[in-house]
Design a protein around this ligand. Structure first.
Ligand code: C5P
Length: 309
C-alpha cells in the first residue's frame, strides 16, 4: 500500500463556555485550584498547518473577521504548541500555521487555547505520529489550563488548574446567545482581581456542582440555566462594570441563565431553543449596550481533522 505524506492538515476546533467555574484560593505556584464544567460550543477556528517551501522556522498567519489583535509571533499559543511538538518529537520546523478565527479573541472562550489544541492534532496527522490521547494531553497541559479540554470537547469536568479533564455525560442540545466585547480581558488580571475581592476571606476548596451534572444528564435546560455559576464573574464585572448591564438585559428577556464566560468579557445566555435565541439576539442588539451578538449551540466535539491535502 502506498503511503502518502500529507503537505497540509486542516483542523476545526471549537470554543467553550464554563457552565460552572469554582475557584479555590491561590496556590504557591501562582495558580488557583479550580473545578469547572466545560461545554464546547459551535464557534470554530480552522487551523491549517502546512510544510513551507523553505525552512524559515514556524510562522503564523491569521485571517477572518476576528483576526485583529491576535499575535503572530512566538507568544501565540499555536506557536508554543508547534514548538513543544517539534521539540518532543524531533519534527522539522518548516511550518506555516494559518488560523481562520471565529472564536472571540481574549473573550473567555479559550480561542487561543483552541488554536493550540488544533495545532497539536494537526502535527500529529501531518507527520503521521499516531500519538495516544495522553501524549497529546501532556503537551496540551504545558501550554495552558484550557488546552487539554479542547482536544476532546463535548462536556467535561476540569480539575487541578482546569487541565485534569474527565468527560461528563450530557444529553440534549443547549442553545446559547453570546454577547461579545470588542476589547478583551486578561485572564491573569481577572484572577488577580478575584484575589483582591476575596482578601481576608476564607476560601473553601472548590467542588463539582452535582445539581448541574444531574441537570445535564437529564437534558433539563431550565435546571442547567439556574445552576450556571462562575466565581470569576464578580471579578470580570468589577474590571468591566458594563458587563452587569449586559447580564441584566438577558435576565429581563427571559434567558434560562446568564453568565460571564470564563474570565470574560463574553457574556453567555442560555435559552430554551433557536426561536428564543433569535428573540434574545434582537433584544440585545436593540438594547444598545452590546456591540456584537452571535449564537451557538453545544456540546460539540473537540479538535478534529477536516481536510488532509
Ligand atoms: O493556564 P493559562 O495559561 O490559561 O492561565 C493564564 C493565567 O490565568 C495564569 O498565568 C494564572 O495567572 C491564571 N490562572 C490561575 N488559575 C488557574 C488557571 C489560570 O490563576 N487555574
Amino acid at each position: 500500500m502506498s503511503h502518502i505524506v500529507p503537505n497540509a492538515v486542516v483542523v476545526r476546533v471549537p470554543g467553550k463556555v464554563n457552565l460552572q467555574l469554582s475557584v479555590g484560593p491561590k496556590e504557591s505556584d501562582g495558580y488557583h485550584g479550580v473545578v469547572t464544567v466545560f461545554q464546547a460550543i459551535s464557534l470554530f477556528d480552522d487551523v491549517t498547518v502546512s510544510r513551507a517551501d523553505v525552512d524559515d522556522g514556524i510562522s503564523i498567519a491569521i485571517s477572518g473577521d476576528l483576526a485583529h489583535g491576535v499575535p503572530t509571533d512566538e507568544t501565540n499559543l499555536a506557536f508554543i504548541a508547534a514548538k513543544l511538538m517539534c521539540q518532543a518529537y524531533d519534527l522539522p520546523t518548516d511550518l506555516v500555521i494559518d488560523i481562520k478565527k471565529s472564536i472571540p479573541v481574549a473573550g473567555g472562550m479559550a480561542g487561543g487555547s483552541a488554536d493550540a489544541a488544533a495545532t497539536i492534532l494537526a502535527l500529529d496527522h501531518l507527520f503521521t505520529l499516531g500519538l495516544a490521547r495522553e501524549d497529546m494531553h501532556s503537551i496540551a497541559a504545558k501550554i495552558g489550563s484550557d488546552v487539554p479540554f479542547l482536544l476532546g470537547g463535548g462536556t467535561a469536568v476540569g480539575r487541578g488548574h482546569g487541565d485534569e479533564v474527565t468527560s461528563a455525560l450530557s444529553r440534549g442540545t443547549y442553545h446559547w446567545v453570546l454577547a461579545l466585547s470588542s476589547v478583551g480581558l486578561s485572564t491573569p488580571a481577572v484572577f488577580n482581581e478575584i484575589d483582591r475581592l476575596r482578601e481576608g476571606l476564607d476560601v473553601a476548596p472548590p467542588h463539582a456542582n452535582e445539581y448541574l451534572l444531574q441537570a445535564l444528564l437529564t437534558a433539563d435546560a431550565v435546571a442547567v440555566g439556574k445552576a450556571l455559576a462562575n466565581d470569576l464573574q464578580a471579578a470580570a464585572c468589577s474590571l468591566r462594570p458594563a458587563l452587569r448591564l449586559i447580564l441584566d438585559v438577558g435576565h429581563e428577556y427571559g434567558a434560562l441563565g446568564c453568565i460571564v464566560s470564563g474570565s470574560g468579557p463574553t457574556v453567555a445566555f442560555l435559552v430554551a431553543d433557536e426561536d428564543a435565541a433569535l428573540d434574545l439576539t434582537v433584544a440585545l442588539t436593540s438594547s444598545g449596550v452590546i456591540g456584537t451578538v452571535t449564537r451557538a449551540s453545544g456540546p460539540v466535539p473537540g479538535a478534529r481533522v477536516i481536510e488532509v491535502r
